[in-house]
Design a protein around this ligand. Structure first.
Ligand code: MZD
Ligand code: MN
Length: 359
């Protein structure tokens, strides 16, 4: 069976437990995000605040060998048929909850230095986004520019913002300007910036899974209707791990709102929302057949597959089976676009050696 090779627009690194302890003065390191095993829950501490999370023993139990170690990870990738990965943070995700300006600035700087030293400098197939402060936009701009100098190609941003800090507001304009100028992709990963469990009751597992998807849609509506993407036509955003079938659908809904409620619309846009989406909004998925179908059905082509390695929601251990199912009786150009073309449009990893790339 020939292997279907793909790049992954949504993977994760698992950081060493001493990442901040080894890179920050103790007075800051002990306030950086860390987790401890509680009796019944994972105890997550972020600058003295405790967030109890469901124990993810099952997730830890199934961790593939390469979760924490680059060498074995590249072997896992060869086995699964993945060439390049954009690997988001794991524990690093939680930096976005920090409100103290100095702590946020130093925690993200240390994370980026670790990613540069241990990932970017040690291989060329796995790249990570950079983290930027969510406590102060000026600091975020400075760190984005420093990261761009170091060769990072994207920044990670949370899908949920604090109240009165929604992405359509002018406060973010310096960050959009800097990202466009540096050619940095904005990678919004779902399930970040707020609680990931917002409902307890019948259907909880699936309801909460969906509840983490909706903020990804909100990022698109704010950045499109608020005018940020229209003002910055070279800026590209990725909604990671939220699926992709919904993207053209909200484009239609936003066009209808823009037209039918035209008398209320501000700011006016130079392009319809759906056109801005088609040119600047990208989305990743793991298993959804609908994500592939919308490419042919709607002409929305910014669909990118992701393995979500090494998370439970990903495809590790069944990647080839997943890819074969996704692309059975799908035209070659659509399969090529979704498995590698979209990723290569946003990110640069070395060309895969021809003999490996046979599909
Ligand atoms: C990044 C977020 C994703 C989610 C939350 C889970 C485990 C459960 O009322 P009940 O008894 O029926 O229980 C409901 C409950 C949801 C508590 C139960 O089903 O414990 N499920 C999975 O935490 N689900 C919604 S899904 O939050 C988007 C997807 C799963 C991995 C996820 C939790 C990851 C993400 C994202 O921010 C993180 C991180 C570093 O990796 C995991 C954990 C942590 C959070
Ligand atoms: Mn992910």
């Amino acid at each position: 069976m020939t292997k279907i090779w793909a790049n992954s627009g949504d993977s994760h690194v698992l950081e060493p437990d001493d990442l901040w302890l080894s890179r920050l003065p103790k007075r800051l390191a002990e306030r950086a995000p860390r987790s401890e095993r509680g009796e019944k829950y994972e105890l997550l501490y972020i600058d003295g605040e405790r967030m109890d999370r469901q124990l993810n023993d099952f997730m830890d139990a199934m961790r593939p060998p390469g979760a924490r170690d680059l060498g074995p990870r590249l072997q896992d990738l060869d086995q699964e048929g993945v060439w390049g990965q954009l690997a988001f943070p794991s524990m690093g995700f939680w930096h976005v909850m920090i409100t103290d300006r100095e702590l946020a600035r130093e925690v993200v700087r240390a994370w980026n230095n670790w990613a540069y030293d241990e990932i970017l400098q040690k291989n060329d197939r796995v790249i990570t986004p950079a983290c930027v402060s969510m406590a102060n936009v000026e600091d975020a701009v400075a760190e984005l520019e420093r990261a761009a100098e170091l060769g990072f190609q994207a920044v990670f941003l949370p899908t949920v913002t604090r109240p009165d800090e929604e992405y359509a507001l002018d406060r973010w304009e310096p960050l959009w300007t800097a990202a466009e100028r540096a050619g940095m992709v904005l990678g919004f990963h779902i399930g970040t910036g707020g609680d990931t469990v917002v409902y307890r009751g019948p259907g909880g597992a699936v309801v909460n899974y969906m509840e983490t998807t909706y903020p990804g849609m909100r990022v698109v509506s704010h950045l499109v209707a608020g005018g940020a993407l229209d003002r910055h036509p070279d800026l590209k955003i990725l909604i990671a791990e939220g699926g992709a079938g919904w993207v053209p659908a909200i484009g239609d809904r936003m066009d209808e709102g823009y037209r039918q409620h035209g008398m209320f619309v501000r700011p006016k846009l130079s392009r319809l929302p759906s056109e801005i989406i088609k040119q600047q909004v990208y989305a990743s998925f793991q298993h959804d057949r609908s994500a592939v179908e919308v490419v042919e059905a709607t002409g929305y082509r910014n669909v990118m597959w992701g393995d979500d390695y090494p998370h439970l929601e990903g495809t590790y251990g069944h990647t080839q089976e997943t890819l074969r199912g996704l692309f059975a009786d799908v035209p070659d150009d659509v399969r090529e676009r979704v498995t590698r073309g979209t990723f290569n449009e946003l990110f640069t990893v070395p060309e895969q050696p021809a003999q490996d790339a046979a599909v």
